[in-house]
Ligand binder design. Structure first.
Ligand SMILES: Nc1ncnc2c1ncn2[C@@H]1O[C@H](COP(=O)(O)OP(=O)(O)O)[C@@H](O)[C@H]1O
Ligand SMILES: [Mg+2]
Length: 249
C-alpha cells in the first residue's frame, strides 16, 4: 500500500460569508501525481493556499504527516525577484532561507544539483528573469522550491502562462522529478488536457466541490458528471497539441 503523505478531510474555506471550498476530501500518496481540475473560480487556489497555511481552514482536517511542502505558482516570472540573477535567487534560498543543506556540498555544488533537476544549464546563472523565457523562469521557480527538499510540491497552474509546446516540456519535467526524486505532486489546472496527460488520479472541481474523481484514464474515458463531460468536449485542441508535441520530441 502506498502511504498517504497528505490527507484532506471535508475541508471548508470561507471568504467572509462566501464559501469558496465546500467540504472537499482527497489524498496524495507517496510518489503520486494528483490533479485538481476545474474552471476559473471553482476554488482550486483556495485549496492550495489552505494547504500551505495561507488561508484559514474554516472546517475539516488537513493531515500532512509532518512532511515538507513547497508551492510553485502560475506567474513564474513575477514570483522571481527581477533585481536578482538566478544565481543570487538560488543562493539566497540556500544560504539565508530555509533551504536544507545536504551532505558536505558547497553552495555552488548545490546550485548545480538544483539546475540539473530542472534541466537548466549553468549559463542561466548570471541572467535576470527578464532575460529568460517563461518556461525557463518556471524551471527556476521549481528549482527554488526543490532547494527546500520538499516531499510534496503543490503546483498551482504551473504551465497556464506558457506556450503549449513549452507546457508539455515543463509537465514532462514534473513527471521526471516524481520518478527521480520520488516527489509527490498536487497539480492544479483549469485545463483538462494538462492533468489528463500527467496525473495518476484526478479530482474535478466545480463551485467549491468535487464532482468527479478517480484514476485519470477512468475519469476521462467515462466521466460520471455532466460537468466533466462538458470540460472534456471543450479542450480537444490543446490535448491534440500536447500529444503531437510529445510524439516529435
Ligand atoms: N481573497 C479573496 N477574497 C474573497 N473572495 C475570494 C478571494 N480569493 C478568491 N476568492 C473567490 O473564491 C472563489 C474561488 O477562487 P479561487 O480559489 O482563486 O479559484 P480558482 O483557483 O479555481 O480559479 C472565487 O469565486 C473567487 O472570486
Ligand atoms: Mg487559481
Amino acid at each position: 500500500m502506498m502511504a498517504n503523505l497528505l490527507k484532506v478531510d471535508s475541508l471548508r474555506v470561507r471568504y467572509g460569508e462566501y464559501e469558496a471550498v465546500r467540504g472537499v476530501s482527497f489524498t496524495l500518496g507517496e510518489g503520486e501525481i494528483v490533479g485538481i481540475v476545474g474552471q476559473s473560480g471553482s476554488g482550486k487556489s483556495t485549496i492550495a493556499k489552505a494547504l500551505m497555511g495561507l488561508e484559514r481552514v474554516a472546517d475539516g482536517k488537513v493531515d500532512r504527516a509532518d512532511v515538507s511542502m513547497q508551492m510553485v505558482f502560475q506567474d513564474a516570472v513575477g514570483s522571481l525577484n527581477p533585481r536578482m540573477t538566478i544565481r543570487q535567487t538560488l543562493s539566497e534560498v540556500l544560504c539565508h532561507g530555509k533551504g536544507v543543506p545536504r551532505r558536505s556540498e558547497s553552495i555552488d555544488e548545490r546550485i548545480a544539483r538544483l539546475l540539473g533537476y530542472v534541466g537548466l544549464s549553468a549559463a542561466v546563472l548570471d541572467q535576470y528573469p527578464r532575460e529568460m523565457s517563461g518556461g525557463q523562469c518556471q524551471r527556476v521557480s521549481i528549482a527554488r522550491a526543490l532547494a527546500f527538499e520538499p516531499r510534496i510540491l503543490v503546483a498551482d497552474e504551473p504551465v497556464s502562462a506558457l506556450d503549449v509546446s513549452v507546457q508539455a516540456r515543463v509537465l514532462n519535467l514534473l513527471r521526471g522529478l516524481r520518478n527521480e526524486l520520488g516527489l509527490s505532486i498536487l497539480l492544479i489546472a483549469h485545463d483538462l488536457a494538462v492533468v489528463k496527460n500527467v496525473c495518476d488520479r484526478v479530482y474535478v472541481m466545480q463551485n467549491g466541490s468535487f464532482v468527479d474523481e478517480g484514476p485519470s484514464e477512468k475519469v476521462f474515458s467515462s466521466p460520471s458528471s455532466e460537468y466533466t463531460k462538458n470540460l472534456l468536449s471543450a479542450v480537444p485542441d490543446v490535448d491534440r497539441a500536447l500529444h503531437q508535441r510529445r510524439r516529435c520530441v
